[in-house]
Ligand binder design. Sequence first.
Ligand SMILES: Nc1ncnc2c1ncn2[C@@H]1O[C@H](COP(=O)(O)OP(=O)(O)O)[C@@H](O)[C@H]1O
Ligand SMILES: [Mg+2]
Length: 245
Amino acid sequence: MNFEYKYAPQKLSDVIISDSEVRYQLDSYISGDNIKPLILHGSYGTGKTTIAKLLPTEMEGKPVVIELLRATEFNSINDVNELFGCTNNFYKLFTIEGQNRNYVVSNEVNFTHKAAVAFRDIVDEMMFATQFIFTTNNVELLDAGLLDRCTKVFVPAAQPEDWLPRIKWILKQEGVKLSDAKILKFLTTQLGANSSNRSLLRELEDVVFKIRHPQPAKAAAPKPVAKVTLPPKAVVKVFNPLSAT
Ligand SMILES: Nc1ncnc2c1ncn2[C@@H]1O[C@H](COP(=O)(O)OP(=O)(O)O)[C@@H](O)[C@H]1O
Ligand SMILES: [Mg+2]
């Protein structure tokens, strides 16, 4: 199986988070101090969707039911009402069996202005019983009024040294040995070129494959045959006595 799936974090502590502000904000949700809708934003592959799916379990202290919104484009008030209109009372008043709150996760959320305005009201009414978690690559496109109601958290790239223990663990699972120095060099090069952890795991998979299937040493190239350069043909000048002056 591809490493990005095989080694996808199963719990929040598996997610590599280097940024102290991200940790602080996630802790404020886990402790119950913060109930505002959460917007995780940043470049692709840094772990936004992973965090959005794993945070509710930490908040509840047990596995939870997450409503994953597939309709990421809310084009009209109708779209919003269709989703939350009839169930609105449920989300306002009740929670799914045994949970403290409900959890609605929307990836790559994208609202038109009108839909966002409708959503503002819904968020206000629902937020006590329902935790919203949005993720986006383009936070600047989100409605200012909606943003104002949310906690906005930028998820930056992870640092090589924070990845090191998990990469060592992954390599151990794969039965492959590599020195810390080599792993760190790989991490620094990869994360320097691309902040996506998805791409990092893809490259790691490639490294493991190459270690397991070393290329046969190339046969020594045949020595070039020494070129014999012949001396230029002697130019024989024929003396023509008739043309001689
Ligand atoms: N911070 C991270 N720690 C560990 N694995 C990560 C992290 N971020 C991404 N990944 C890996 O990359 C995959 C895609 O991450 P994802 O959460 O979808 O990124 P995003 O939503 O920011 O684009 C995950 O399934 C996981 O394998
Ligand atoms: Mg995502």
